[in-house]
Ligand binder design. Structure first.
Ligand code: FMN
Length: 329
């Protein structure tokens, strides 16, 4: 999945956003190396292989999206034994790499001993990673995704060292603490310090919204691997531009054709029921909001009241035409 020596650009797991249709679409961009699945939560009983196939349908197709992007399975939980048994089942379902979530800030998850709450217990991070490492076949890589800490950024040094001691093959670090939620700033230099101290491949993550952000993140972390989440949706040309800078692909990407892109997403959602269509509409609005706030498609207020997909697309086409004729003047 990750070759330590070859630069990589990874699709961030985003629960409720980067589901299977979205992973397929992002794979079609041709810029990403692999994707990490949304977290699959291990609670009171270990998960079965069947549960993993249901949660991550790519497992039925050699662990790849129809567009060919490999998908790594992410699990979340605080009990080493249940995490280990679940990871074993994920492998039985076809997983070729497992990622462990030590970053989720959701209060309900944290109250149940999962995600970022483990950042307050470094030794438990080591225990969970080691238990999972011991349970899965040797060729299966085990990685961990961490935030910098619960409420202080310097916890990352010990937590990352513990994950490494447990046997993690690489770490992804989201450069914020749990208490920050998704609020700025990000502390990229902390990632750089872990990379220099640990000698383990590190994937840098957090708040890369533009090519300038990417360059700053690269300068401050010294990493060759990056994970991109919201920025890829806010500006769909960004993954390709980063991939060019990383030497993964060549050629400048064309401007985004938003209408075509959204139409493709609707096609991939492929649920023609009334409920399915309204869910797809919600997803498009969610996407639009991200781009409105951080990208180039600034028409959320115009489209947020659309009640049907045709109404949404009608408004979008009008907006795109008006904007491009304004630019042409
Ligand atoms: C809605 C949402 C859902 C997320 N779900 C997950 C998840 O399931 N697992 C995980 O490790 N991180 C999750 N994250 C965190 C992202 O993977 C990523 O670390 C974070 O968004 C920062 O990267 P970005 O600035 O490139 O988006 C989620 C983030 C968002 C916004």
């Amino acid at each position: 999945m990750l070759n330590p020596l070859i630069p990589a650009l990874v699709v961030a797991p985003m629960d409720g956003i980067t589901d299977a249709p979205m992973r397929t679409l992002l794979g079609e961009f041709g810029a990403f190396t692999y994707a990490v699945s949304e977290f699959v939560r291990v609670s009171s009983v270990p998960l079965s292989a069947k549960a993993f196939r249901r949660a991550v349908p790519e497992l039925l197709a050699d662990g790849r999206t129809p567009s060919g992007l490999p998908v790594q399975i992410q699990i979340l939980g605080g009990d080493p034994e249940r995490m280990a048994l679940s990871a074993f089942e994920a492998c039985a379902a076809g997983a070729s790499a497992i990622d462990l979530n030590f970053g989720c800030p959701a209060p309900i998850v944290n109250r149940h001993d999962g995600g970022a709450s483990l950042l307050r217990h470094p030794a438990r991070i080591r225990e969970i990673v080691a238990a999972v490492r011991a349970a899965v076949p040797e060729p299966v890589a085990v990685s961990a995704k961490l935030r910098l800490g619960w409420d202080t950024t310097d916890s990352i040094d010990e937590n990352a060292a513990m994950a490494a001691e447990g046997g993690a093959s690489w770490l992804t670090i989201h450069a914020r603490t749990r208490v920050q939620g998704y609020r700025p700033p990000v502390y990229w230099p902390c990632i750089g310090k872990v990379r220099a101290d640990l000698g383990l491949p590190i994937i840098a993550n957090g708040d890369i919204w533009s090519i300038e952000d990417f360059r700053r993140c690269r300068d401050e972390t010294g990493c060759i691997h990056y994970m991109l989440g919201r920025g890829a949706l806010a500006d769909p040309t960004l993954p390709k531009r980063i991939a060019v800078e990383l030497g993964i692909r060549s050629g400048e990407p064309p401007q985004t054709d938003w209408v075509k892109l959204f139409e493709r997403f609707v096609e991939l959602m492929a649920d023609d029921s009334e409920r399915g269509r309204s869910r797809t509409l919600c997803r498009l609005k969610q996407w639009l909001l991200l781009s409105h706030e951080h990208g180039e498609l600034r028409c959320f207020h115009e489209l947020k009241r659309s009640k049907t997909l045709p109404e949404f697309f009608g408004g979008l086409v009008d907006w795109v035409e008006t904007t491009s004729s304004r630019q042409a003047v």
